[in-house]
Structures are given as C-alpha cells and as structure tokens.
Design a protein. Structure first.
Length: 101
C-alpha cells in the first residue's frame, strides 16, 4: 500500500468511525444497549475509543511504510479536533435535525 492510498484509507476510516456512535443505538455497532437510546456521555466515550483505534491504525500503517515520525502533544490535539469535526454530520443527524411528526 503506497503512502497516498494509506493516507486516504485513514481519512475515510476516521470519517466512518467518527459518525458511527451517532448513527446507531448499539455500543461500537455490536453490543446492544438496554435503554431505548444511548446517552450522550456514552456516545462521547465511544467516540474517544474510536479515535484511539483510528490513531492506532494510522500508526501501524505509518510504521509499515517506513520510519515512524515523532509527534508531540500538538499533533494529538489537532488530530482529535479533526476527528470531532468529522463527527459533526452524525451529531447534526442525531441531535439537531428537526423531527417531523
């Protein structure tokens, strides 16, 4: 897998993973929840765990391509903010969309 393809793979994976907590009522899209809907704190916790998973996939792909570059705290803050921006469509769909009926 070349650098460009792996970069696009991580971006698309991040977009999918960021919206997944808001588009279903199961924990990690697998484990059913006893309540009728997930509370917001559980969705945010799931979002954080999925961010760590996507970051791990990115790290593995970077290590397979060549040397892993050292990152400081700024890198992790920026990628977390970008992950939350990618989650915005799912958040809008779940909480801000006007309910008709």
């Amino acid at each position: 897998m070349d650098v460009s393809l792996s970069s696009w793979f991580v971006i698309l994976l991040a977009a999918f993973a960021a919206n997944m907590p808001f588009l279903n009522e199961r924990l990690f899209a697998v484990i059913p929840i006893r309540r009728s809907s997930k509370p917001i704190w559980l969705r945010l916790a799931e979002l954080f765990v999925l961010y760590l998973a996507v970051r791990g996939v990115g790290y593995v792909l970077e290590s397979r391509i060549g040397n892993v570059f050292p990152q400081g705290w700024e890198f992790y803050v920026i990628t977390a903010c970008l992950f939350f921006v990618l989650a915005f469509p799912g958040f809008v769909f779940r909480y801000l969309r006007k309910q008709h009926g």
